[in-house]
Ligand binder design. Structure first.
Ligand SMILES: CC(=O)N[C@H]1[C@@H](OP(=O)(O)OP(=O)(O)OC[C@H]2O[C@@H](n3ccc(=O)[nH]c3=O)[C@H](O)[C@@H]2O)O[C@H](CO)[C@@H](O)[C@@H]1O
Ligand SMILES: C=C(OP(=O)(O)O)C(=O)O
Length: 443
């Protein structure tokens, strides 16, 4: 689909506060990985709270190509995956199904265990930095995999059973940590991973693997130890809620002066976000069923914000919150330390009337990996500014949702191109917008 396709364009009439209730389901950053984990089991797995998003469809297609039967369970949002007949898939078919997601790389360990070989096509995912996968392949080599890089992708082979090993990640990468987990659980012997990522979605993946029969311990110092086992069963698991989508709606409430009850949102995984939300001047109430986010009236406060690995401020929360910061009084500082190019989306906000200046220097308290490498990875947001509707082309998933928020907060009408990308990570977002009173229509 191109951005000239009218199906992929949304007309947004701004100026109406978003008000009402919506529900978030399982996390985009857990569900597809738990689906990959099903490949490791000898029997069927049941995953609940699965959202209907594109990244889930991509993994479903890839599992099916490898002989896994995937069907809906009895409960709404339940998937039953049976891997009893895992088989090789044709390289061209894998390529066609890989889609826009980064998940195919996590098939490596499970396929090496089940088949002795794997093919990994070029990866999708958001264009917010170089996003190399060198850690993944370094890790797989340590387990004993052979990797042959060709023009169409990476061909992997396990000449013998993969062996547990000692690994230290150069940076606590979420994907590389998951790569280690999904590979080490069936490898022979002990694997010790230091400098691991400890995001809530990783803990939930560990819960899935433990239910399957894996032995995994987590220390407080980012060390994860996995004792390889010979056999894993299927699992039954309810995915943790999507803390990233929840925060996006929270930012939408703040930027539009609205009031949104996000059913399913969970406090524990959002503590860092909630502290920042309160500092900016947003109000929230945690209930048993979710979190209500609202603009309490009056001015918002400028803040200094630094994204970081968990338990720091999650980078995927950054872009939607920046839109709310355009409405705060004074100068806010945003230092993006996880991705080198995640602030480019602000140019379009400036065209709408925001005042956001980007810097190559580390403007936060902590110098980061990007400070001396010429990346525009810090921002100063001056506010409050009146936003005017504009012509917006969605650059990436969270940037796309941020443009929707900006268009909803702006005066006048915006044309937002490329909205299909939002389906990667936001279930039924059009329906949810409608329920919250947003004035949106297809041209
Ligand atoms: C599907 C999914 O779960 N996506 C999430 C996952 O992405 P993903 O797993 O891709 O993110 P990583 O944590 O791996 O990336 C973090 C940093 O490490 C670098 N890096 C990573 C791997 C590697 O082999 N080499 C390398 O240099 C990346 O370029 C980036 O600068 O975690 C990110 C950080 O919380 C989130 O923003 C994404 O939403
Ligand atoms: C960066 C993101 O996702 P992915 O890693 O799937 O591109 C995101 O969810 O904001």
């Amino acid at each position: 689909m191109t951005d000239t396709d009218t199906d992929d364009v949304l007309l947004v009439r701004g100026g109406t506060p978003l008000e009402g209730e919506i529900t978030v389901r399982g996390a985009k950053n857990l569900v597809p990985k738990a689906m990959v984990a099903a490949l490791l089991g000898s029997g069927p797995s049941r995953l609940r709270n699965v959202p209907d998003i594109r990244d889930v469809r991509v993994v479903r297609g890839l599992l099916q190509l490898h002989g896994v039967t995937v069907r809906a369970g009895e409960e709404d949002g339940e998937l039953v995956m049976d891997p009893s007949r895992v088989e090789s898939a044709h390289v061209a078919d894998i390529d066609a199904h890989a889609g826009s997601s980064r998940i195919p790389i996590l098939f490596c360990g499970p396929l090496l265990h089940r088949l002795g070989h794997a093919f990994i096509p070029g990866l999708g995912g958001c264009d917010i930095g170089g996003r190399p996968v060198d850690f993944h392949f370094d890790v797989l080599r340590k387990f004993g995999a052979r990797i042959d890089k060709r023009a169409d992708g990476q061909y992997l082979e396990a000449p013998q059973r993969l062996q547990g090993c000692k690994i230290r990640l150069p940076y606590p990468s979420v994907g590389a940590t998951e790569q280690v987990l999904l590979t080490a659980v069936l490898a022979e012997g002990l694997t010790e991973l230091t400098n691991a990522a400890v995001e809530p979605e990783i803990e939930d993946l560990i819960c899935v693997l433990q239910k399957m029969g894996a032995i995994i311990s987590m220390d407080t110092d980012r060390t994860i130890r996995i004792t390889g086992v010979d056999h894993l069963d299927g699992y039954t698991h309810r995915a943790l809620p999507d803390r990233l989508e929840s925060a996006s709606w929270a930012s939408a409430a703040l930027a539009t002066g609205g009031d949104i009850l996000v059913r399913g949102a969970a406090q524990r995984e959002m503590m860092t976000f909630l502290n920042v939300y309160r500092k900016v001047g947003g109000a929230f109430e945690v209930t048993d069923g979710g979190i209500r986010f609202r603009h309490p009236g009056g001015p918002l406060n400028s803040i200094a914000l630094e994204t970081d690995v968990h338990p720091g401020f999650q980078t995927d929360w950054q872009q939607p919150l920046v839109v709310a910061l355009t409405q705060a009084t004074g100068l806010s500082i945003v230092h993006e330390t996880v991705y080198e190019s995640r602030l480019g989306f602000t140019e379009a906000l400036n065209q709408m009337g925001a005042r956001i200046q980007l810097y190559r220097e580390c403007l936060g308290g902590t110098p980061c990996r990007f400070g001396r490498r010429n990346f525009l990875h810090s921002a100063v947001v001056s506010g409050p500014t009146r936003l005017q509707g504009g012509e917006l082309v969605i650059p990436d998933l969270r940037g796309g949702f941020s443009y929707l928020i900006a268009a909803l907060a702006a005066e006048g009408t915006s044309r937002v191109h490329g909205i299909d990308l939002i389906n990667r990570g936001y279930e039924n977002f059009m329906e949810k917008l409608g329920r919250l009173g947003a004035k949106v229509e297809r041209p």
